[in-house]
Design a protein around this ligand. Sequence first.
Ligand code: GLN
Length: 531
Amino acid sequence: MQTIWVVTTGGVLSGIGKGVASAAIARLLKGNKKIVTMKCDGYLNVDPGTMNPVEHGEVFVLHDGGEVDMDFGHYERFLDVNCKFEWNLTSGKIFDSVITKERKGVYLGKTIQIFPHIVDEIKSKIYDIAKKEFADIMFIEIGGTVGDIENSWFIEAVRQLRNEVGNDKIVYIHLTYIPYLETVTELKTKPAQRDIALLREKGIYPDIVIARSKFELTPKIKEKLALFGDIDAESIITGKDVDSVYEVPLFFRDQNIVQLLNRKLHMKHKEELVRWEELVNTIKHPEHRIKVAICGKYTELHDSYASVIEALKHAGAHLNTGVDIVWLETTDIEKNKVSVKEALKNVNGVIIPGGFGSRGVEGKIQVIQHLRENNIPFLGLCYGLQLAVIEFARHVCNLTEANTTEVKKTKVPVIDILPEQKNVDKLGGTMRLGAYEAVLLKGSVVQQLYNAEKAVERHRHRYEVNPEYHQILQEKGMVFSGMSADKRLVEFIELPNHPYFVATQAHNELTSRLEKPNPLFYGFVKAALKK
Ligand code: GLN
């Protein structure tokens, strides 16, 4: 099969769900095809690893250790594939490789310019990946909106694709936004008209327009948009606000998007979403409900914990349980604004997710102590494991000054910097990143949940449980339920005689998928349900 290309662009404003829309369409077309999902981000950072998650959302970590845009989380959760670092193009990466080539003399004699050199570099990376991956379908999502200067080279590159791959092998999907104006109780198409016009000015004529809006578009609105956007009214799809992102493929399917794609691309694809639909129905109408608290520093922006939230939903869907999330800002506990007991009243379980630095750490340690002593289910992720070890060292092993050297220089560094991190002088892409294997302790809770001898999970950290304290922690009853193959690194811990006290040095949320929830989240939700 010759590769098929699906390009998605966005307009009016960013953050209207282009990633979810692309992932949903990819899911509809998946079947047994090899799908590659690429994302082009205009920023000059090489990758989002050094960005503040409050500003940019979660940094998603791939199996290969790449730190990428959070849209890759949607792709992986919808498609159940492992994406690759090189599938995320950024202006930073592209400029870096062009300038490196220029210094080497690759373009000797030439004046290096955005057009053609940057654009050619983008295309050559895209073609290389399509070839290397034997892709049946290449999805290319352009971040931001059509008018952004820093996206212009990506837009030009995908425009040029049409002539090179053939008009019947490529489809352009544009996601736009139709605001609802309360004062006149009307959906307004003008901003969408403007950005479709802008896209056309840049040489891209969308085949399908997905209009995000609060309400379903009426035929009248569709006709208006069709007229001004120069597109068939039936090629306009509503992207209505839905409760769960997993509804989006079903919603698109019901508007015949697959037939539209089949017609344009001369395909005969039939989607199969039977199991998917069952799970979505459970998410929408679960038999049970639990309340889970997530403690953290970035509680002001839930996007920074996107994968944790999704992983809870996945586990919930398989246990017929709806998960209501409450956010707990642990600095409030430190400042005595609220007591731990009060904060955790009516909560069935608590997650301490990944994090960096000292803010809110003492509050989290207080929370962990309360969970341990009161038999409340606990799941610690990365920093969550490290803080659980500190709490245990302080209150069970009597090492009152136990701490992490990330926060404080201490005589009792139960959590310390990884030896290989000591001489790291660059901050970008230098943490212990990506998938590593752990050997699981036979009979432990973790081992039983995985139902395997080994577990492979993704990492993103610089600190570890200090090997000098392994012995005392274990003597006092902490179970190391998973160790790195060289037995040096503690990858999973648990406490016996507790309904669920489990933590991982990894980020287990990153490998959870709707159709395959991560074992530790499954175990956690199950335990929380019993509480
Ligand atoms: N700050 C801790 C470390 O670097 C934990 C990191 C994390 O939670 N991702 O090891």
